[in-house]
Design a protein around this ligand. Structure first.
Ligand code: TXA
Ligand code: MG
Length: 343
């Protein structure tokens, strides 16, 4: 299959590109498109065959449900059994935006692969002009996981989508770099206490200001069988080819680690803030200035992917606070890494 690249440019008439993308979707093909978090790989959420193509293109395990994307808040009542008051408040304040709400799904509506057999469905309204235009022209819900091969970092540029999926999907709409760079927060609002299943751009602090107490199980608590989990969080994720070790954002600690790695004859890639560049690393991928969490999240996946284009044999990546969006950065880093260089 030849993968077409559809361009959209805010200074041009893009009607041709949208018409082509809508046409592909209506024919049951899969289309990659930008959102404010990462690129998604979309299919019409009620079309069984189209949804199956998403799983095949990504090599995604069948027990991992997809997020349904919508273009309006009003349509939600057609898709779910009930909208709890907390969910209404969240939609009002955080939609469109990087927040997926787990809600009780209407039976028999979505393709069974979308919900992976669960009674709930994850829904979000993306805050990206291209995603919204596509949804509003299509007038149907789009099921879309991140547009990467399963296990790889999510794509934050159209090039990343092509790296993983060229030849396996009908087209990618190239809307440039995504803003946030990490996937949406997944919040289960079917539980007595709303629970974050995956941290993201809408933080625990932001949610609690609107809906009161929110559970946010940490890495340790997530190992407990009784803790509610997103099925996808059990899989290895975001992993470049070379092993990743996490290290504190501290020049002396980085220097010491580099010396030890040099003594072992390793080729080293360092993913760290610009101000912590170390000339002895073979490759340095910057995540912005120290403590700029937004820049760190925007650049992290690009940096992890860039390591795969080098001959690095080991990757050192610096850690952040777990406050605010730092919780999402550390969640992804801990999944990408073999462990801490020293703890
Ligand atoms: O930002 C995002 O959320 C991106 C863009 C494209 O919207 N999408 C994305 O999708 O990250 P994906 O498939 O890579 O991650 C979806 C996560 C998985 O961990 C999945 O297990 C969880 O959401 N999920 C989906 N439906 C669920 C449900 N009914 N109950 C619990 N977890 C669910
Ligand atoms: Mg994903």
């Amino acid at each position: 299959m030849n993968t077409i690249i559809l361009s959209v440019d805010k200074d041009k008439d893009n009607s041709e590109s949208y018409a082509q993308a809508v046409d592909f979707l209506k024919k049951g093909e899969v289309v990659a498109f930008p959102t404010e978090t990462v690129y998604g790989l979309g299919a019409i959420a009620t079309n069984d065959l189209a949804v199956k193509k998403i799983f095949a293109a990504k090599n995604r395990p069948a027990d991992n449900p997809l997020i349904v994307h919508v273009g309006t808040i009003e349509e939600i009542s057609d898709y779910v059994e009930d909208i709890p008051d907390v969910a209404k408040k969240c939609m009002e304040i955080f939609w469109p935006g990087p927040l997926t709400l787990i809600l009780p799904a209407k039976k028999g509506l979505f393709s069974p692969n979308v919900t992976a057999g669960l009674s709930t469905v994850g829904i979000r309204m993306p805050d990206h002009p291209v995603a919204l235009e596509l949804l509003q022209q299509l007038k149907q819900p789009i099921a879309a996981p991140s547009a990467n091969r399963s296990g790889k970092p999510s794509p934050t540029k159209a090039e990343h989508v092509l790296e993983d999926l060229q030849g396996n999907i009908s087209c990618v709409i190239d809307g440039g770099g995504t803003g946030i760079g990490l996937e949406s927060t997944v919040l289960d609002v079917t539980l007595d206490i709303p629970t974050i299943l995956r941290p993201g751009g809408v933080t625990k602090e932001m949610l609690e200001a609107i809906i009161g107490v929110v559970n946010a199980p940490n890495q340790e608590e997530q190992k407990d069988d009784a803790t509610p989990k997103a099925p996808g969080m059990k899989y290895t994720h975001y992993a470049p080819n070379a092993p990743v070790y996490l290290i504190e954002s501290n020049a002396m600690k980085i220097d010491k680690a580099l010396n030890e790695l040099h003594a072992r004859g390793e080729k080293i890639a360092l993913i760290a803030p610009t101000d912590l560049d170390n000339p002895t690393a073979h490759y340095h991928f910057s995540v912005g200035l120290q403590d700029d969490l937004d820049m760190h999240s925007a650049r992290l996946y690009d940096a992890l992917r860039a390591c795969d284009r080098t001959d690095a044999t080991v990757i050192l990546a610096t850690t952040t606070t777990t406050d605010g969006v730092g919780a999402a950065i550390m969640n992804r880093l801990e999944k990408a890494a073999l462990g801490y260089w020293e703890k």
